[in-house]
Design a protein around this ligand. Sequence first.
Ligand code: AMP
Length: 220
Amino acid sequence: MRMVFLGPPGAGKGTQAVMFSEGMRFLHLSTGDILRANVKRGTEIGQKARSFMEQGLLVPDSIVIEMMLDKIKTSEAGKGFILDGFPRTVYQARRMDEELKGLDLTIELVVYFKTSIDIIIYRLTGRRICRDCGANYHIVNMSPKKEGICDKCGGELYQRKDDNEEAIKKRLEVFNGQTKELIDYYKKQGILEEVSGDLDAGKVYEAISGILNDRDKNRT
Ligand code: AMP
């Protein structure tokens, strides 16, 4: 299965992508994670992307598209993948569709995480991430046992530079202005399904599992 998880920042796409990629052994391709790893390693991509990311702006297509298409074309991606944070514009989606067409493949399912603004701000401002294993926490409703320390690996927790109010505002503007039109783009292809990103992770997982089960039934 080749899926796209679409939604505003803080909708829970990453959390669900981890849950489903582990359960179904799909490749989880998070554009943000790949870019952040490049920033951390100080690669050329990372150096070019850094300031855009910190301001909550989209990293230019000339950097992001090739980077993601290369990942999608790997043999590891052959058994299926979940794209989390890509595409973020109709142009990116078109480029990916063309590339997949050349391989005789398509995106099969797009899950749109419809999420309210208050929930997004609450989640993002309280989010903390482990520097070592990437596990996510929330200072109020998913706090670690020991403040600032990851329960899973003992790594240090940090707050993303773009999880401050100003950058969050910008990221939401970018979502509304450039990414939201993907809802129509995929609706027209008949592959869009909607879930509520306001629900807790277990409930969203159930909703997506239901969509996948229905698709399996309809195929047989
Ligand atoms: P995320 O981790 O998905 O919230 O992404 C963090 C940041 O990475 C975004 O605010 C953008 O600066 C950049 N980014 C992630 N995905 C894309 C994309 N598909 N196109 C351009 N920039 C992106």
